[in-house]
Design a protein around this ligand. Structure first.
Ligand code: ADP
Ligand code: MG
Length: 779
């Protein structure tokens, strides 16, 4: 792996690099060249007893991985997999193992056995003394994979554990103490956040990050990279702006406000602005002094116009609960950014929930950046090669399938309208289903799945619908999608990580053979996704390990991806009597729309990262200091120097250890409080910059100008406040009274992830919107 030079990160540099750096993947021939040595080692290992094999694994040792160690790890992993799981790793899987061990993203198709690859690599790292986290896309897969691979780990003498939501601190500590720990990205992130607020070192559960092996790496590293994991503590909610909500509730679409085609943005028309200004007592909404009001109106308008009850959220037990549209379930751990959450609560006339003070947060990208060694595996990495390189300095190792892929991907079938498309999908399902060939239909979201299932039922075709309500149940259901005659309707997310065997998961060889003869699994996409990668993930469900299979996508010229990426559809495209477009222009236009959407997502990623990078660096800086306070008596020394009298006073009444603890808690308290305030401040700065759209300067510079000086006062301010607090600490019969001196930690804390922000505090989105608003206002 080559480290990119700094200059290559510039825009021009990136373009240059793209030209000189083809092909985008690392050369795996050097790994292939090591395979014969692993094969030679095999008969020797095969003769060992189990305990001798464990002992041999214990001898791998060493700290820098050599070629000899790569060979030994592969040979051991192959033998252990054969003995314990009945699966002898294929050559291509061992190439995958070596790619992971050397810090790459291994691209291996769906069904090629990445679970085994990841486990052998994880064991290999553990045998060389490293501490490994295997990061999965959900909690169910963490447990499944840890359990599934446990015999292999145990034979190699490596301990394995996993973390999941219900686990206690003690269980977590034990899981992380294992050589290999499986966990979903959010569980591992939440543990980190909790550790960062510990007030004594023995509360912490997670050791320092070392090696991360990421399954479905593109989902985690690209799709979820911007998602902030948040830890909040109880705090009273500020008074919501009820007036704005009331005024906005009287506005009408098309008259007072307009909504863009993808319904992500809403803005006031001049008539709407005039009405709001009048209702608010004749103010100038766009005057700088009214920036807060404008922000409140925008938030209220967003809640009013873009968020719909029972589609975007439910109101249950006087609470607003988000619905995750791609998964169709109440997203327990999710909420909108606070202003928006409160605006919806006001709109629905339910009590405004405890907004909680954000105590700390980290993005998925920031979380993974902490690991000195990162590797990943996925079926679809090449399409995001640029992103992986730019944000993670990761290169891709493209690994050919174990058996050649013989799946037939038919060209897209494109229709003029949605209804033409749906009719054609139903006809196609009917045609194929009549032969008994199993069909898997991939939809955009749960609502669409259910609608389609209804139509299929009406046409007399039984189907199973997956809606990602429960990962484990989904896995059981989708595992049967390859059964003869099955029709399964699923979102792209549902049932991830599950293998679809032809003839069913418990089918006989004859069952399998019959489905092979029918042509294997037939995958139908009901629309192209927002990236070609997601299309490929769906297609990849068919044709695993050399099985026959097929795929086809249906599309229409008013699919979401077209409206979002390239709504300017060429007019008068020729179509047949079923509304199917017969011009090659349509396919080109569709690809173009998808590329535009992909490009926009990359730009949003870049932009968000510009903001979060500064914040996360500041956090790291402060955490280094925090760790010192936690693990040494530095706090006592600081306070002894800054308020010697009070210190001496307390020293007479308390044991040295006790006093050191008091000093530590007092200083940590202020440090954490100031960090939480700083986060709120950064949020405000960021939002106000965008809402006011200060034209001349780029927002990011403006942000830095505010954020950097504010940060530099934190440490000294914490020490100053701590001295004041120490002066107020009294010693009672039950010991030092910290609460009496104002050291009150939140009575409860909770963790959540911020829902992909529909309000778009994403810089570009917000800027676009406010520009829209201002433009309309000036007209
Ligand atoms: P992926 O994550 O790459 O989609 P999985 O790890 O879920 O694939 O494995 C797919 C299937 O292949 C599983 O049923 C697994 O047991 C099987 N498998 C993996 N490796 C081997 C092997 N070397 N020999 C036999 N079966 C294997
Ligand atoms: Mg998998």
């Amino acid at each position: 792996m080559t480290a990119p030079r700094a200059s290559l990160f510039t825009r021009a540099g990136r373009r240059l690099r793209k030209l000189v750096d083809r092909p985008a993947s690392v050369d795996v021939t050097r790994f292939e060249a090591l395979l014969p040595a692993a094969v030679r080692r095999e008969p020797e290992l095969a003769e060992l007893s189990d305990s001798e094999l464990t002992a041999a694994a214990g001898n791998v040792g060493g700290d820098r991985l050599t070629e000899a160690q790569l060979v030994e790890i592969c040979a051991l992993g192959r033998e252990a997999g054969r003995r314990t799981l009945g699966e002898r790793a294929f050559d291509v899987q061992l190439v995958g193992v070596m790619s992971l061990l050397t810090g790459h993203v291994a691209q291996l198709d769906t069904g090629e056995g990445k679970t085994l690859v990841g486990a052998i690599a994880a064991a290999g790292h553990a045998l060389t003394g490293r501490d490994v986290h295997v990061i999965t896309v959900n909690d169910y897969l963490a447990r499944r994979d840890a359990d599934w691979m446990r015999p292999l780990f145990e034979l190699l003498g490596v301990s394995v554990g996993w973390v999941e939501p219900g686990h206690t601190a003690e269980e977590r500590r034990e899981a992380y103490a294992s050589g290999v720990t499986y966990g979903s990205v959010s569980e591992i992130g939440f543990d980190l956040l909790r550790d960062r607020l510990a007030t004594s070192a023995d509360e912490q559960v997670q050791p320092a990050p070392d090696v991360a092996i990421i399954d479905e790496a593109d989902s985690v590293l690209v799709d979820e990279a911007r998602v902030p994991l948040v830890m909040a503590g109880s705090a009273a909610a500020g008074a919501p702006d009820v007036t704005s909500t009331r005024v906005v509730s009287r506005l009408r679409e098309g008259v007072h406000y307009e909504v863009d085609t993808d319904r992500r943005n809403v803005w006031l028309t001049p008539a709407g602005a005039a009405m709001v200004e009048k209702a608010l007592g004749g103010i100038d909404l766009y005057a700088e002094a009214n920036a807060d009001r404008l922000a409140a109106v925008n938030v209220a308008l967003h809640a009013h116009a873009l968020l719909t009850k029972d589609v975007d959220y439910l109101v249950r037990n006087s609470r607003v609960q988000l619905i995750d549209s791609s998964r169709g379930r109440v997203a327990e751990l999710q909420r909108w950014p606070d202003g928006l959450q409160a605006a919806v609560e006001v709109k629905e006339r339910v009590p405004v929930s405890d907004k909680g003070e954000i105590l700390d947060s980290i993005t998925v990208q920031g979380l993974l950046a902490r690991y000195p060694a990162v590797a990943g595996m996925t079926g679809t990495a090449v399409a995001v090669a640029e992103t992986l390189r730019e944000f993670y300095k990761l290169e891709i190792a493209v690994i050919p399938p174990h058996e050649p892929n013989i799946r037939v991907d038919e060209p897209d079938r494109i229709f003029l309208t949605q209804s033409d498309k749906i009719r054609a999908i139903l006809a196609e399902v009917e045609r194929v289903h009549a032969t008994g060939r199993p069909i898997l239909i991939g939809t955009q979201d749960v609502a669409e799945s259910e609608e389609l299932a209804g139509k299929l039922a009406k046409a007399g075709m039984e189907c199973v619908v997956l809606n990602a309500r429960n990962d484990e149940e989904e896995a059981r259901i989708i595992a049967e999608a390859g059964t003869e005659g099955a029709i399964t309707v699923s979102t792209q997310m549902a049932g991830r990580g599950t293998d679809i065997k032809l003839g069913g998961s418990h089918g006989t060889a004859a069952d399998h053979q019959r489905v092979v003869e029918l042509g294997g699994l037939y995958v139908i996409g009901t629309a192209r996704y927002r990236s070609s990668r997601l299309d490929d993930q769906l297609r990849g469900r068919a044709g695993r390990q050399g099985d026959p299979g097929g795929s086809v996508f249906f599309a229409s010229l008013n699919d979401e991806v077209v409206l979002a990426g390239a709504p300017d559809v060429p007019e008068d495209l020729p179509a047949d009597e079923h509304g199917e477009v017969i011009s090659p222009v349509a396919a080109r236009h569709l690809d173009h729309a998808q590329r535009v959407t992909e490009g926009a997502n990359l730009e949003i990623h870049r932009n968000t990262w510009r903001y979060t990078r500064l914040m996360e660096r500041q956090r790291d800086d402060l955490l280094a200091y925090r760790e010192e306070l936690l693990r040494t008596n530095h706090a006592a020394e600081v306070l002894k120097a800054s308020c010697p009298d009070h210190y001496a006073d307390l020293a007479e009444q308390l044991k040295t250890e006790q006093l050191a603890r008091v000093c530590r808690e007092v200083l940590l308290y202020h440090l954490d409080q100031l960090w939480s305030d700083h986060l709120a401040f950064l949020n405000d700065v960021r939002e106000s910059i965008h809402l006011r759209a200060l034209g001349r300067e780029t927002p990011i510079d403006e942000f830095h100008r505010a954020a950097i000086p504010a940060f530099h006062t934190i440490k000294t301010e914490a020490e100053r406040l701590a001295a004041e607090t120490l002066a107020a600490v009294t010693v009672t019969d039950s010991g030092p009274d910290l609460a009496g001196a104002g050291v009150r930690r939140p009575t409860s804390t909770w963790t959540y992830v911020v829902h992909d922000n529909p309000f778009g505090s994403d810089a570009e989105q917000a800027l676009k919107k406010i520009r829209g608003t201002l433009r309309k206002k000036r007209r």
